[in-house]
Design a binder for this molecule. Sequence first.
Ligand SMILES: Nc1ncnc2c1ncn2[C@@H]1O[C@H](COP(=O)(O)OP(=O)(O)OP(=O)(O)O)[C@@H](O)[C@H]1O
Length: 290
Amino acid sequence: MDQAHGLKQLLLERRLGAHAERPPRVIAIGGGKGGIGKTSITVNLGIALSQRGRRVMVLDADLGLANVDVLLGLNPRWTLLDLLDGRCPIEDLAVAGPEGLEVIFSCSGNRRMTHLDITERAAIVRAFDELDPWPDYLLVDVAAGLSDDVLMFCAAADEVIMVACDDPSSMTDAYATMKILTMDCGVKDFQLLTNMMPPTSDGSRIHERLLRVSSSYLNTSVNHLGNIPMDDYMRRAARSQKPLICDWPGSPAALAIRALAEAVERLPTRSDMGRPIRFFLRQHAMGSFA
Ligand SMILES: Nc1ncnc2c1ncn2[C@@H]1O[C@H](COP(=O)(O)OP(=O)(O)OP(=O)(O)O)[C@@H](O)[C@H]1O
């Protein structure tokens, strides 16, 4: 090992501390279309990873229509708005959820949150960079649509999971999101998660279609990370504000989400990961959306 490499490694290990072997990973869960299960998947995946012994934080990044709190039946005292207004520091913002999950909430029905300017976004950025210690996983539940906030959260993450259903508009929206993320933000690799699939389908048809168009027109890779079946227990869980994976652990969707957590843990670590600062400070992410 040459000296320069050794020094770099030493600095990286110092910075990562307890994370030296498993750098913290930021995963954005998006998909373009609304109502395709992004929030349900984020929350349950977070709990599944917690159950595997990981420290997991969920950020509700649906800035105007947040609903992670509703899904978990939690009543947060502080939200990102309090962080922005200086009423609450980042270390007090996370609320304890089920199975050790930590959750940072946005607020719903507040117009200001949907019109953050570059300074306010940068303030959130800096606050996250100060998190100490960093969780093993930060799962970011992004909003539907293609707002600047959605693009920024996806562009700044280490992995982008695109959720898609067997529905032409879901596939079109997933492709449109991937196209903009690729062309405007330089994102080159996507993880596909097929959701609400009929019992006879493993989602491979959707994967093939998205892979075909994205590799032909965008030169991107799309890995099929997992497949979650249509499962009425998921709706039941949402109605009763209890996490599916805790209250119906043997349901088909809960089993699929546990398999998803395993797949997430197997994702290769890239050499440029493990730098929390990357979460928001990637210059192109901040610059393009000013
Ligand atoms: N695999 C599934 N089987 C059955 N119902 C599901 C499944 N996944 C999600 N749902 C249901 O679909 C509805 C929408 O889910 P969710 O709120 O998680 O979607 P979303 O993409 O986050 O929506 P939005 O973009 O509006 O925030 C909920 O009632 C949820 O219970």
